[in-house]
Design a protein around this ligand. Structure first.
Ligand code: PEP
Length: 247
């Protein structure tokens, strides 16, 4: 395997019952193990059941969000230690639905990334431009700003997920050319921040309406190291076919 082992993540958002989630895991975790690492992000109540089902398998699980503080009076929030306790090794930070629905700004995302690192969770940092920003020629400016903020505390372990907002849940997958251009830009910007050697081994995932039909052409691009999958991650056969487009 290359230094950048492909990584495929499934973001279940606010979907599935416990029984459906357990059934999904049983259908996903079948031999042989894939060439890609796999992480599933279920909603909080599903975490213990999913973590138990995935124990000793080739897939891991993560939280969809965390609070920057360790504990306290934060109704409805979840802390890093609670995620670890529930069996998580990863956490999503800065997903565009959190930025849009909950007003999360770059500063909050930066504090969440730092909290994840403190508690031994690997942050999967989501970044991406809106359709207006792309049309206005501001894609790179937005990515640069989001990246600089998210890495302010210089976490050692992280993965990036380039998720153009116009492609999320819309059925409009970015073309391999558009995605590769953004990924190459992110890797160059990473090199400025953490050095070329470290940037060369960081995984940059693409997210936005990935499906079994679009996955292979995206996966073939030099700087696309995996996927963050929403809709298609709810179907074990589709998700499995995306995971297995490597190897
Ligand atoms: C996501 O929510 O991160 C995502 C990429 O969703 P979808 O695959 O449905 O566009």
């Amino acid at each position: 395997m290359s230094e950048r082992t492909p990584l495929v993540a499934g973001n279940w958002k606010m979907h599935l019952s416990r029984r459906e989630a357990e059934d999904f895991c049983d259908r996903l975790i079948v031999p042989p193990p894939p060439e890609a690492e796999v992480v599933i992000f279920p909603s909080f109540p599903l975490l213990p059941a999913v973590a138990q089902r995935l124990e000793n398998s080739w897939a891991e699980c993560g939280g969809q969000d965390l609070h920057p503080e360790t504990q306290g009076a934060h109704t409805g929030d979840v802390s890093g230690p609670q995620l670890v306790d529930a069996g998580c090794s990863w956490v999503l930070c800065g997903h565009s639905e959190r930025r849009q629905d909950h007003g999360e700004d770059d500063d909050l995302v930066s504090r969440k990334v730092a909290a994840a690192a403190t508690h031994g969770l690997v942050p999967m940092i989501c970044l991406g431009e809106t359709s207006e920003e792309r049309k206005g020629g501001r894609t790179f400016e937005v990515l640069e700003r989001q990246l600089n903020a998210a890495l302010r505390q210089r976490p050692r372990l992280f993965a990036l997920a380039y998720e153009p907002i116009w492609a999320i849940g819309t059925g409009e997958t970015a073309t391999p050319e558009i995605a590769q251009e953004a990924h190459a830009y992110l890797r160059e910007s990473l090199a400025d921040l953490i050095g070329a050697e470290a940037a060369a081994v960081k995984r940059i995932l693409y997210g936005g309406s990935v499906n079994p039909e679009t996955a292979a052409a995206l996966a073939a691009r030099e700087d696309i190291d995996g996927f963050l999958v929403g809709g298609a991650s709810l179907d074990p056969e589709q998700f499995s076919s995306i995971i297995r487009c490597w190897g």
